[in-house]
Design a protein around this ligand. Structure first.
Ligand SMILES: *Cc1c(COP(=O)(O)O)cnc(C)c1O
Length: 217
């Protein structure tokens, strides 16, 4: 089974990096996947899933959550401010905090609800113009500003440029997290999660290697 293979490879990567078992948690990225594939992974006992769209997640997950206890959902795609309320009600973590306006909205919602999802700041480690995220040189100031809003920022997330060696980006993200005292590193996907674990990933986001290729229509 693909899920079991990935879990085995994660355990081996943790051991190879002298890291405790379970220190790199697997987010099964279920976006776009047909429900029967998602159900098969739920039936095997996996409970941590990633989605990249609020709308899609809100349609897909309530029926599964009624049948499978303990599901945790993480938002790994861009969040529009006007979807923030829906997002904080549905997700246990948001990996894509990338601007002050969104932080302000999340802070207001946290005040109102007395709770907030765990938040990770997305860093655009490759400084790619089309990609979301805070620039590396602005990350320290951004983290400080968001912490001053009393938001529960636990870590950083990155998506390295497709055509570059990801290790440099993983190392940069780990360095920024360390100097800001942030414990969580969300990095590594199907093609590079073992490398990410070597560089300290605490969350790996794996989709197609578990579920198969995504069929977009
Ligand atoms: C889709 C997606 C993934 C998973 O990608 P795979 O290559 O299928 O493992 C991971 N992270 C983000 C942000 C994604 O959008």
């Amino acid at each position: 089974m693909a899920l079991h293979d990935i879990q085995t490879r994660i355990a081996a990567a943790e051991a190879a990096a002298d890291r405790p078992a379970g220190s790199a948690r697997l987010i099964a990225v279920s976006k776009v996947q047909p429900p029967e594939r998602v159900e098969a992974v739920l039936a095997q006992g996996h409970r941590l899933f990633g989605e990249n769209r609020v709308q899609e997640a809100s349609e897909r997950w309530p029926p599964f959550q009624a049948r499978f206890a303990g599901v945790q959902l993480h938002l790994i795609g861009p969040l529009q401010t006007n979807k923030a309320r829906q997002a904080v009600e549905m997700f246990d973590a948001i990996h894509t905090l990338d601007r002050i306006k969104l932080a302000n909205t999340l802070a207001r919602l946290a005040q109102e609800r007395g709770a907030s999802p765990e938040l990770l700041v997305q860093v655009n480690t490759g400084a790619e113009p089309q990609k979301a995220g805070i620039l590396p040189e602005e990350a320290d100031a951004f983290v400080a500003e968001v912490r001053a809003m009393d938001l529960p920022v636990t870590g950083l997330m990155c998506i390295p440029p497709v055509d570059e060696e990801p290790s440099l980006h993983f190392a940069l993200l780990a360095k920024i997290a360390a100097r800001n005292g942030l414990a969580e590193l969300s990095m590594g996907m199907s093609s590079d999660f073992e490398k990410a674990i070597r560089f300290g990933a605490t969350y790996v986001r794996v989709g197609s290697a578990i579920f198969g290729e995504r069929a977009y229509d």
